[in-house]
Design a protein around this ligand. Structure first.
Ligand code: NAI
Ligand code: MG
Length: 500
């Protein structure tokens, strides 16, 4: 870590994290009923940043009651769609004014470089502006039923009610925003439980919701742990819907819990995305794309292009050039302007990734570069170097289970049919990348890969207007775009009127 290139902590972020944090329920910042608190850590140093009130069942009960009241009564229930849009737009402007602060908060708590967390924070106003547009554009239909003149039938799209959001730590402020913008735009109320590793930026959003003038109870943010606060939310009989982003294991648990009162469920879960590099690809671009596809966010992305399939003709060269490319990444604090790879979120995640490297090698993969980063200035943080595993078979544990670290599993392929078959041999189906200059090949592969998102000659692109989500065990439902607001945050009512 070089002192000259360190960016000082933004003064507003420093002030925000200098005090212990509370839960946000019914428009007020309050302590947990139990009085319990937990520490949040800086993953680059292992140091405690501050303490957070620890929400549990009683706090979730209070938050759900507030959200229910706001949904059924009061200004939110009677608000015109254009007024709702105006509030969302006001909130977007406030977030925009505070992007630097939010990015600094996320870098402090999540560790990734400021460039990354700035991109995350910058996505928030755009998401809210996109959904503010939907507030006035969700319509029903008049249906030509077979009794014209005597019966009038039409549909309404109504909000679901109280929506629970459970967000992960790997894109703190932006995934939290995804649990808020779409449901709010169509008149739902929300109880958000951010990940216990990264609650700070969500709590800063809570302050901005107050500043924007959202009525009490419309948004509630209750940090806490999964098995306590999270489970209380997904088991709550008065919650109408759960939107979850996180591990597939917990996603399945949530679906079981949701069965209690048949909550609607949207799940955005793990991935084991194939990234297919054809010999005819623009070589340099493919190299950069392959590295970015997996190393962005230190590999802590559900879409990460972890299974790198490279056409045999170029495999040896490509893998050796990729190794050199990964060596250019600079590990360090996210506040160091020269850092291109931040730490993993926690010691637990670091150990989990290193354990996968052991398992991979035991099963016959060869670690060509990477592994534990133990240089003295990084020793207290949770750093893993960009890692390339070669000799990987698609059936190996490292090719089947989500690693969530900067680990490339390289595999050669001979022909397209073969690579499609192997790429689809996974329980997951979230993302996929294809690098080729042959348009026909690109679309053929894009159609044949069983995943919810495909990138051709690029990777990780997202936009509020474009749906994202998973095939197979990568999820249920879509976030972003019209699909989210229409299919997952409203319900259709069919109204029959006798005109006689
Ligand atoms: P996790 O799935 O346990 O946590 C995600 C969120 O769910 C957090 O807010 C957590 O508090 C909550 N949660 C946990 N258990 C819950 C329960 N029983 N009921 C309700 N909410 C619950 O993920 P974790 O443990 O942080 O990471 C483990 C692995 O999960 C990672 O290595 C990665 O493979 C995967 N993961 C995938 C993500 C994605 O973007 N799809 C995001 C985070 C993790
Ligand atoms: Mg967990």
């Amino acid at each position: 870590m070089s002192v000259e290139t360190m960016i000082p902590l933004n003064s507003k972020a420093a002030k925000f994290v200098s005090t212990p944090k509370q839960l946000f329920i019914n428009g007020k910042f309050v302590d947990a009923v139990s009085g319990k608190r937990f520490e949040t850590l800086n993953p680059a140093t292992g140091e405690v940043i501050t303490t957070i009130a620890e929400g549990d069942k009683e706090d979730i009960d209070r938050a759900v009651a507030a959200a229910r009241k706001a949904f059924e009564e009061g200004p939110w229930a009677s608000m015109k769609p254009n007024e709702r849009a105006r509030l969302l737009l006001k909130f977007a402007d406030l977030v925009e004014e505070n992007i630097e602060e939010l990015a600094h908060i996320d870098t402090l708590e999540f560790g990734q470089p400021l460039a990354t967390t700035t991109a995350f924070a910058s996505s928030v106003p755009e998401l809210f502006r996109y959904y503010a547009g939907w507030a006035t554009k969700v319509t029903g239909e008049t249906i030509p039923v077979s009794t014209p003149g005597t019966i009038f039938n039409y549909t309404r799209r109504e909000p679901l009610g109280v929506c629970a959001g459970i967000s992960p730590w790997n894109a703190p402020v932006s995934v939290a925003a995804m649990k808020l913008a779409a449901p709010l735009s169509v008149g739902n109320t929300v109880v958000l439980k951010p990940a216990e590793q990264t609650p700070l930026s969500s709590l800063r959003l809570a302050e901005l919701f107050v500043e924007a003038g959202f009525p009490d109870g419309v948004v509630n943010i209750v940090p806490g742990f999964g098995p306590t606060a999270g489970a209380a939310l997904v088991n709550h009989p008065d919650v109408d819907k759960v939107a979850f982003t996180g591990s597939t294991v917990v996603g399945k648990e949530i679906m079981r819990s949701a069965a209690g009162n048949l909550k609607k469920v949207t799940l955005e879960l793990g991935g084991k995305s194939p990234h297919i590099i054809c010999a005819d690809a623009d070589y340099e671009k493919a190299l950069a794309n392959a590295a970015f596809g997996i190393l962005f966010n230190s590999g802590q992305v559900c879409f990460a292009g972890t299974r790198l399939f490279v056409e045999k003709k170029i495999y040896d060269n490509f893998v050796s050039d990729l190794i050199n490319y990964t060596k250019k990444y600079k590990l360090g604090s996210g506040f160091d302007a020269t850092t291109t790879l931040g730490p993993l979120i926690s010691e637990k995640q670091k150990n989990r990734v290193l354990n996968y490297l052991d398992i991979g090698q035991q099963e016959g993969a060869e670690m060509l570069v990477g592994g534990n980063a133990v240089s003295s200035d990084l020793a207290n943080g949770y750093f893993v170097k960009p890692t390339v595993l070669a000799n990987v078979q698609n059936t190996m544990t490292v090719a089947q289970e989500e690693i969530f670290g900067p680990v490339i599993c390289a595999m050669p392929f001979d022909d397209l049919d073969e690579v499609v078959k192997t790429a689809n041999e996974t329980y997951y189906g979230l993302g996929a990348g294809i690098c080729t200059t042959d348009l026909r090949k690109a679309h053929k592969l894009a159609h044949a890969i069983k995943s919810g998102n495909v990138w051709v000659n690029t990777y990780h692109l997202m936009d509020p207007a474009s749906p994202m989500g998973g095939y197979k065990q990568s999820g249920i439902g879509r976030e972003n775009g019209a699909a989210s607001v229409l299919d997952t945050y409203t319900q259709i009512k069919s109204v029959w009127v006798d005109l006689d």
